[in-house]
Design a protein around this ligand. Sequence first.
Ligand code: NDP
Ligand SMILES: O=C1O[C@H](COP(=O)(O)O)[C@@H](O)[C@H](O)[C@H]1O
Length: 509
Amino acid sequence: MKKTDNQMLVIFGASGDLTARKLIPGLFNLHLAGHLPKNFVVLGASRSDLSDDDFRDRVVHKSPYLKDKIKDAGDAKTKAFANKLYYEDLGKDYDTDYGDLRKRVEELKDKHDTSGNIIYYLSTPPTLYETVAKNLADAEMNTQNHGWKRLIVEKPFGYSLETAKNLNKGLHRFFEEHQIYRIDHYLGKETVQNLLVTRFANSIFEPLWNRNYIHHVEITNAESVGVEKRGGYYDKSGALRDMFQNHLLQLVSLVVMEPPIGDDAEEIRNEKVKALKSLRVMKDEQTLYDNTIRAQYVASEIKGEKVKGYREEEGVDPNSTTETYAAIKFYVDNWRWHGIPFYVRTAKRMPTKVTEIVIHFKEPHHQIFQESGMHRDNKLVIRIQPDEGILIKFGVKVPGQGFKVERANMDFYYSSLAETYVMEAYERLLLDAMQGDATLYARADEVEAAWEFVDPILNYWKSGKDVRMYGYAAGVWGPENADDLIDDRGMWRNPGENLADDPGYCVIC
Ligand SMILES: NC(=O)C1=CN([C@@H]2O[C@H](COP(=O)(O)OP(=O)(O)OC[C@H]3O[C@@H](n4cnc5c(N)ncnc54)[C@H](OP(=O)(O)O)[C@@H]3O)[C@@H](O)[C@H]2O)C=CC1
Ligand SMILES: O=C1O[C@H](COP(=O)(O)O)[C@@H](O)[C@H](O)[C@H]1O
């Protein structure tokens, strides 16, 4: 068990949705599990006029996100947690003198003996990240003289390669790279971390994990919801920035990377950066045309209920060309992956919520047996969510005369480890930052390498030149044309819609 120093967490943008929905519940779980250090306080800061008690009511006692947990935890434990929370009103602007904030931090440090160790969490709109870092530096709140200082930065990290580079430069003026923790909540998911273990703690997968045995790799991230109340934000972002540049390229890097020499944060991140740098950047228009597909959901009915189209959503421009679906085919230019296509798609308003990685192996060179069904290949399905687990599809003999072969499943579900408590992503990531472990946080060069790959696609889509924007009915698996991306061996693997209801459907088959 790693050591967690006494410390303070200062959250900027503490009146916002993320604080209430993810950060405080994550901290509450850590409190209940006994993972918070003995001396620990949270200081929320934003422009809203709130007292300490207002803040506690808002994010704990009256929080819809903690209602059930509070029932289970009981009053005493809840109160003990709430008493660790404080609030400081920043006045009208984040771009202000942080003298008062500093005074409050000093006061709380002395009162709770938090030893001067501080994490600053930037949960504000991204336009304020650098401003807050600068004002912290101006108030000398970034100095490491009396305890360490860390800075957690929320997504999105930049809007393009250029803005990401500028943000890195801007933050590096006030904090050193080892102090900066760029969050990507997919890295906090247990199943995502398990990818490393699956690959590098077993000897059965790694020998096959290359161009000699793998035919193609497919990654799907599907959400059944639309843009909900985030239309304003989403319309300026789109699926490629919102999910692909960060979360999905993180998954890609874990699939593609070479074995690190150890489990040290830098060793692992060095390999991930190399992996991202080896993605073949699409430069010419024909390649971009042939290998990228974007689409928007249009109004439809799902299970008898009318569902709005993307352009009718609140906060979305009625003529918007922002994609809610993106499918990209690409290659990885290195020894291991030469010539192997990767197909990655992400979308909202799909039939179900699912994220999975499918490794499609090559078929046996020589077919000896008769096989039912069209697929003779082995597949390794890594289910990130829901029904987290791993499945291998392989051929077995159909009982009876002769040698008929059918595909069977061998599966593992995380839920079978029932007694093991699985931390929520934010909970895990917060604890790691508290312990100074940056393994599951993105490094500056990693983020920039991901943008290097994504930028030309965004620019091409923005150019509008011959760029297709397909529509798909909310509740279907995207535009049919997306199947055209996949070459000689079929189509996207669309996991069944009613995972639980369909008796013939095995959850990850
Ligand atoms: N919510 C989520 O699920 C996720 C959020 N994020 C990221 O986390 C950060 C915070 O997100 P979230 O909490 O949802 O955002 P919200 O808009 O709910 O909250 C941000 C807070 O920042 C303050 N703020 C300062 N200036 C502005 C401004 N010009 N417009 C709006 N708010 C302002 C507001 O507090 P006040 O007015 O009191 O100062 C507000 O409470 C963002 O960068 C977002 O991209 C990332 C992943 C998921
Ligand atoms: O970062 C984001 O992620 C969520 C999906 O997260 P998940 O953990 O539920 O898979 C997505 O809905 C949101 O648009 C995006 O900003």
